[in-house]
Write a protein of this length. Structure first.
Length: 118
């Protein structure tokens, strides 16, 4: 099983980025997937998730209206579209999968860093 995030970088406030998470080694389309982030000096924060079969999504209040989670099951890839980025969004972003909630996930990527360039 492997999850590989990409797309991180430095961005100015108000900017946009799209993260990708390439999955392999499991039946991606059937699995719950989530995005979790860790800001400097803080704990893990769940921000969004998406169900496998139904595609139903959930968003944390901190990102609602600015971030969107999606998946392409044909490409075994999870996405995170981030718009109107704020300095508080600076963090290491992880994709995670399996289980029915983010803290039950057995599969985790290595993370990709988003940094405020202001």
């Amino acid at each position: 099983v492997q999850l590989v995030e990409s797309g991180g970088g430095s961005v100015q406030p108000g900017g946009s980025l799209r993260l990708s998470c390439a999955a392999s080694g499991f039946t991606f389309s059937s699995y719950y997937m989530s995005w979790v982030r860790q800001a400097p000096g803080k704990g893990l924060e769940w921000i969004l998730d998406i169900a496998g079969d139904s595609g139903r999504t959930n968003y944390a209040d901190s990102v609602k209206g600015r971030f969107t989670i999606s998946r392409d099951n044909a490409k075994n890839t999870l996405y995170l579209q981030m718009n109107d980025l704020e300095p508080k969004d600076t963090a290491l972003y992880y994709c995670a999968g399996d289980g029915t909630d983010w803290d039950e996930c057995n599969y985790w990527g290595q993370g990709t860093q988003i940094t405020d360039s202001a």
